[in-house]
Ligand binder design. Structure first.
Ligand SMILES: Nc1ncnc2c1ncn2[C@@H]1O[C@H](COP(=O)(O)OP(=O)(O)O)[C@@H](O)[C@H]1O
Ligand SMILES: [Mg+2]
Length: 314
């Protein structure tokens, strides 16, 4: 079942097209990435889907509710982490959570206390619940902001640049947490980011957008395969001889074998690194090759991303 479904979603700001006919679907339990440079239209898309602003054209359904017909129902089913979440710095973590729980009509004391405890424990903030948010690190604040977005137990979570401005360690913590969330609570997550690392590690599918338009949609692996460069393996040998090269050429998945005689290594282009690498190494060893080292080079999603964005601009 699709949790999010958009059709030609468009937003104009006077003559600027911030979001340009975006059509996509996000399935239940999926972590879907909206990836693109600054100004691509990521935040605008999230704000439309969270019913904070309305689209100029097009339509969307969130949890089966149309955003224009049923914004209140949509808001109940989504939690949103905005770009610059503001917490009440002078209140404690617990008080911040209480405040937002009540804003979402979670007023029954036992249920509210249970939910807040569950979240603070999950986010590793329970011990600090009575400390003022002002004393928290950036990473802790970000975790609290995500916990807050989940207080009404929404099945869908919108996260706008959740690791932006965090030091690498806190960014990793937030990333691990998002992974746990999508697994444990089966949340459907729409993640906006310009960090490829986030997209690559977390998303089941990614849509790259640029200037409001969809450039490409696919799994991180599919996007990687879109760029011409295939994966390759460099194999260092004690000695290269023609028998070994012949043996490597005969292996399936091998497309090209080049010899670098000076350094006694060969470079093999494969159509599939995970299938081809063990097969080609075995075949070289069987042909009497003495293998010193094996290095797999896979084009990164970053290369794919930069290439696709660049093509778009021409
Ligand atoms: N309220 C607004 N008024 C005018 N232009 C806006 C407004 N919000 C966003 N924009 C413009 O729309 C484009 C997309 O912005 P945004 O969705 O924030 O991109 P992203 O989140 O991908 O960085 C940008 O060119 C931005 O300047
Ligand atoms: Mg943004």
């Amino acid at each position: 079942m699709s949790r999010i479904e958009t059709e030609g979603l468009t937003k104009y700001y006077e003559s600027l097209v911030a979001v340009d006919h975006l059509t996509f679907k996000v399935k239940e339990g999926e972590v879907f990435g909206l990836l693109g440079p600054n100004g691509a239209g990521k935040t605008t898309t999230i704000r439309i889907l969270a019913c904070l602003i309305s689209p100029s054209e097009g339509s969307a359904k969130v949890s089966g509710y149309k955003i224009d017909k049923n914004p209140l129902a949509v808001r109940q089913t989504v939690g949103i982490l905005t770009e610059n979440p503001s917490l009440y710095e002078r209140l404690t973590a617990q008080e911040n959570m209480d405040f937002f729980a009540e804003a979402y009509n979670l007023t029954e004391p036992q249920e509210k206390a249970k939910r807040i405890r569950e979240l603070l424990e999950f986010f590793d903030l329970w011990e600090r619940r009575n400390d003022k948010v002002a004393t928290f690190s950036k990473g802790m604040k970000q975790k609290l902001a995500i916990a807050r977005a989940l207080v009404h137990n929404p099945p869908i979570l919108f996260l706008d640049e959740p690791t932006a401005g965090l030091d690498p360690e806190s960014a990793k913590e937030v990333r691990d947490l998002m992974k746990m969330l999508s697994r444990r609570e089966k949340h459907t997550i729409l993640l906006c980011t310009h960090h490829l690392e986030d997209a690559e590690r977390l998303c089941s599918r990614v849509m790259i957008i640029n200037k409001g338009k969809s450039v490409v949609v696919g799994t991180p692996d599919e996007l990687r395969n879109r760029i011409a460069r295939k994966p390759s393996v460099q194999i260092d040998l004690k000695k290269v001889d023609p028998k070994i090269i012949e043996a490597a050429r005969r292996v399936s998945h091998v497309e090209q074998v080049d010899v670098d005689e000076s350094s006694s290594s060969i470079r093999i282009v494969l159509d599939d690194a995970s299938e081809g690498t063990p097969a080609v190494v075995k075949s070289i060893v069987d042909a009497g090759g003495l293998v010193i080292g094996v290095y797999v080079h896979r084009p990164s999603l970053e290369e794919a991303y930069l290439k696709l964005i660049k093509e778009e601009q021409h």
